[in-house]
Design a protein around this ligand. Structure first.
Ligand SMILES: [Zn+2]
Length: 497
């Protein structure tokens, strides 16, 4: 093989929705996933990667397929509100308020940056199974586009998620037999069974084994076609999960404090002055109406003002809240818990490069960001040390095995989005932030910045030595392994080796 030849020609991208790194790793090591171990991990590696905040389906897919953080892509949650657009001219006109769990699910792709290429743009033919980020995939090759709404609705009410997974398995094998160069397959059942039961319930563990058997058959198909050696297989998850014992009623809390709160499904409430837009349900965006705003709800309310308004203190007294984050008047990100306050600042080392239109320029800009972190009292993020002028990679490395992995950069990126709340709340493990209107009731949670929700498995049949990997790094890394040059794209990720 010459050096100009790519390592792989085909890519099979498997997303096991809601598989936490720790559980996945234990199952591989205990021999519960023999096909994944033999054909993928033993030939390559199983890494602990870090998802994006919020760690929830939808926003957490954007890093994989486009290489951008949810905040950069301006999709900071599965639900959000745009203060500047809300109630202008009418509250339900887009892009005022959104829940991709409802009819707005159809708008998810339209809300993505229009000029950014997706993984689908680099291969042909391609196929997509259940994954909701199919931008760039020809409609005819989005294999579940017609049946997905029906089978998902059916499974939602009947809990027959095994049936949904089986359709995915069949489609995956058919696409491999057809010789598609890029296949994305999302398995939804581990996430949904975990929400319904627990993260290691018998139904969940059986689903892992069924997915493993499906990978075994996939490898058989590739071997028969003599294309196994040229196929990069990647198995990952969009987020982890943790079991839930207590639901915190954030909208009720705000109502009780006099901040009448909009929340799904009660988004038509009159005279509301706050809104809670929950994701996963371990995180939520809180928005507060600026009564002096002429149109909409005004701009982002600074953290200092929210403290003066008496919003922050009662919230941090709630049991089960991990932390609250907001943006200071200075632009810094403030992180508050009961015991202390942290501050994240970011500045660019970049001097004038002459041509700000140059794509190379924006890549260098990302590399030139420097992050600092300090706190008073008990560190709300649990790092316990001050950091000064860390690069994005160093900020990742320093916080990788902490209770809030990559918290410095992840909290910075989410506040880049105009649709991010005045406050962002992250629940402690065991708690979620939605006490009503979740039917059926959730017994497991994701969405928060905790290690249990952020650490995801990254299994590849090609060894990746790098120990600290973000989900945004997957996009440039797999493209590079398949021989595509991505250096010209302004993305948040970088190639890991
Ligand atoms: Zn979920």
């Amino acid at each position: 093989m010459t050096s100009s030849e790519p390592d792989f020609k085909r890519l099979v991208f498997i997303i096991v929705d809601g598989a936490p790194y720790k559980i996945f790793r234990a199952l591989v090591e205990n021999g519960d996933l023999p096909h994944i171990k033999r054909h993928v991990v033993d030939r390559g590696s199983l890494n602990k990667a870090v998802s994006a905040f919020p760690s929830t389906t939808g926003p957490a897919f954007i890093p994989f397929f486009i290489g951008l953080y949810p905040g950069t892509a301006n999709i900071p949650g599965i639900r959000w509100l745009s203060k500047s657009n809300f109630q202008r001219p009418h509250r339900f006109n887009r892009p005022g308020i959104c829940s991709y769990m409802g009819l707005d699910g159809l708008s998810f792709e339209a809300d993505l940056p229009s000029d950014a290429p997706t993984l689908f743009n680099f291969f042909s033919p391609v196929s997509n199974i259940y994954n909701l980020l199919a931008l760039g995939c020809p409609p005819a090759k989005n294999l579940t586009r017609w049946i997905k709404p029906f089978v998902y609705t059916h499974a939602h009410f009947s809990h027959r998620w095994r049936f949904v997974n089986r359709i995915a398995i069949r489609r995956l094998h058919e696409a491999a037999e057809a010789g598609d160069q890029f296949i994305t397959c999302l398995f939804p059942a581990i996430d949904t069974f975990s929400h319904l039961t627990a993260i290691q319930s018998p139904a969940v563990l059986q689903t892992y084994r069924e997915i493993d058997a499906a990978i075994g058959k996939l490898v058989n198909i590739l071997q028969k076609a003599n294309t196994f050696e040229e196929t990069l297989i990647l198995i990952t998850s969009d987020h982890g999960m943790s079991d839930t014992h207590t639901h915190i009623d954030i909208p009720q809390h705000l109502d009780n404090k006099g901040w009448r709160c909009l929340h799904y499904p009660k988004v038509w409430r009159q005279d509301a002055v706050s809104a809670s837009m929950v994701s996963g349900n371990g995180m939520t965006h809180l928005y507060f109406k600026d009564s002096s705003a002429e149109k909409g709800w005004g701009a982002r309310t600074p953290f200092e003002k929210l403290c003066q308004m008496g919003v922050v203190n009662p919230l941090i007294e709630l049991e089960g809240l991990g932390f609250i984050a907001g943006q200071s008047e200075t632009g810094d990100i403030m992180v508050q818990s009961r015991g202390g306050q942290g501050k994240i600042s970011c500045h660019s080392l970049e001097v004038d490069h002459g041509n700000s239109q140059n794509v190379e320029y924006s890549m260098k800009c990302a590399d030139s960001l420097r992050f600092s972190y300090e706190f008073i009292g008990t560190d709300p993020l649990g790092y316990g040390v001050f950091y000064k002028n860390l690069s994005s990679r160093d900020a990742l490395r320093e916080t990788y095995d902490s209770p809030y992995p990559d918290g410095i950069v992840q909290l910075w990126q989410i506040f880049k989005s105009e649709r991010t709340g005045d406050l962002v709340l992250s629940a402690a493990n065991g708690y979620d932030l939605r006490a009503r209107y979740e039917i059926p009731k959730h017994h497991a949670t994701h969405g928060a910045l905790t290690a249990e929700h952020m650490h995801i498995p990254l299994a590849t049949n090609y060894p990746i030595a790098e120990q600290c990997i973000r989900s945004v790094d997957v996009f440039p890394t797999v493209l590079s392994l398949c021989g595509h040059n991505v250096s010209g794209y302004p993305i948040d990720g970088r190639i890991v080796q």
